[in-house]
Design a protein around this ligand. Structure first.
Ligand code: SF4
Length: 423
């Protein structure tokens, strides 16, 4: 394994806590001690600002700040620490995170620290000798974290006893962690245990007292930049605010990005003239296995997620966004955000908020095309909210947006499909 990872503790960036926690379980399962990066708070920004110039995007600041919290912790041992920091090609500043961290560590004289950076250009293949097992189990961690988040978001707004969904979410996460982290049980058995655990989690969510009533709550789709969207601190705890204002949310999954990068990887292979090559065969095989695993893990929720289904293939999001942002001319999350907004309209949502770090090109481009999208789809409310750690008008902005959403809900033509347990 690359640079003796087993002798180090690896820290995983906390886009979403549940995903980082379950991903750390995937590392544990191959014998590597792993933890999510610490939670974000004001100290995160304070530390990051000591090493940044102001040109960095907000997620870069938060990611660096959380890593620095580890670096400045009492027991920090540079030679026994590694930071996972995936990277990507292209214009996005994500590709710069690694270089910035490297420079910080060098300035601090901490060259022994290992930075582990798989890249999106190879579909994140580069994890050393146990890459295959880690990739497979890591994928299960992503899928199960998406499932758990969906359960949380679709249940909490309707709970009868405040706090119960959060508690159940926590215990469910712990159960999944235990299964994923178990070493040496073989992939087949682990998948079997995971599915069994998911059935159990599903039943517990079903039993939780809740008042599910149709059209009681405007459904707000959340699209946009992956980090800012999933990291509650970065988006000023937007979901909580929407729920306080009587809404329900539908967040774009992490796996959506994985499907997108896989699709881009195949397009790159075709552009290189290698449509019929070993490289393409491997990419397609990986796609098939990931799809197969995904369908097994989602299977227990077929009835519960009726009306909440994700797209069958990422290409349909690309197709939705084609008239506004053609996939051949536009890259990255802007394409999936626009495509997903249209998909959410089709699923009967009552509005979409695009969560964007201030100054991020994705949000800026989306904001430019959203008025046309809204016009083409019955004046469906879509707004871009920008975040940089300084804004204090989010509550008012949500209040205004919820009014728009309620107004749209009362006149909409695309109606929601509800699971059977909704009255
Ligand atoms: S998408 Fe925007 S905010 Fe996210 S890493 Fe890239 S530049 Fe930064």
């Amino acid at each position: 394994m690359a640079n003796n990872l087993r002798e180090r503790t690896i820290y995983i960036p906390q886009m979403s806590y549940v995903a980082a926690k379950l991903m750390s379980a995937a590392f544990e399962s191959i014998g590597v001690k792993a933890y999510p990066d610490p939670d974000s708070d004001n100290r995160t920004l304070e530390l990051a600002r000591k090493f940044t110039s102001g040109d960095e995007c907000y997620p870069e600041l938060i990611t660096l700040g959380n890593i620095l919290k580890v670096v400045y912790s009492k027991d920090f041992q540079p030679e026994k620490t590694a930071f996972l920091l995936p990277t990507a090609d292209g214009p996005c500043r994500f590709g710069q995170y690694r270089h910035l961290l490297k420079k910080c560590l060098k300035d601090l004289g901490l060259n022994e620290v290992l930075i582990l950076s798989p890249t999106s250009s190879d579909g994140y293949n580069g994890f050393g000798e146990q890459a295959t097992e880690l990739q497979r189990v890591g994928w299960w961690a992503i899928i199960t974290s998406d499932i758990l988040r969906k359960l949380l978001l679709k249940t909490r707004p309707y709970e009868k006893n405040k706090g119960e969904t959060n508690q159940l979410f926590q215990t469910s996460m712990d159960k999944l962690y235990q299964v994923i982290a178990t070493p040496r049980i073989g992939l087949r058995k682990k998948m079997h245990l995971l599915v069994k655990t998911l059935f159990n989690i599903r039943d517990q969510f079903r039993e939780m007292p809740a008042d599910y009533r149709r059209d009681a709550k405007p459904l707000i789709g959340l699209v946009g930049e992956i980090f800012c969207r999933l990291n509650d601190y970065s988006n000023n705890f937007l979901i909580e605010i929407i729920e306080t204002h009587g809404g329900e949310t539908w967040m774009s999954d992490i796996s959506e990005w994985v499907w997108y990068t896989n699709d881009e990887q195949q397009l790159r292979i075709i552009r290189k003239g290698k449509r019929f090559s070993k490289e393409m065969l491997i990419a397609k095989l990986k796609f098939r296995i990931q799809k197969f695993d995904e369908s097994r893990l989602w299977a227990p929720f077929k009835e519960d997620f009726y009306g909440y289904e994700e797209v069958k293939h990422i290409k349909s999001l690309m197709k939705n966004s084609e008239p506004y942002l053609p996939q051949n001319g536009a890259l990255g999350e802007m394409v999936s955000s626009v495509g997903k907004s249209i998909y959410l309209y089709q699923k009967g949502a009552d509005g979409v908020i695009d969560i964007s770090p201030f100054s991020c090109m994705n949000g800026i481009v989306c904001e430019a095309v959203f008025p046309q999208v809204s016009l083409a789809y019955d004046h469906f409310p879509i707004r871009t909210f920008y975040f940089d750690g300084t804004q204090n008008t989010v509550r008012q902005d949500v209040e205004i947006f919820m009014e728009l959403a309620r107004n749209y809900q009362s006149r909409k033509k695309q109606h929601r499909q509800y699971p059977a347990y909704f009255k």
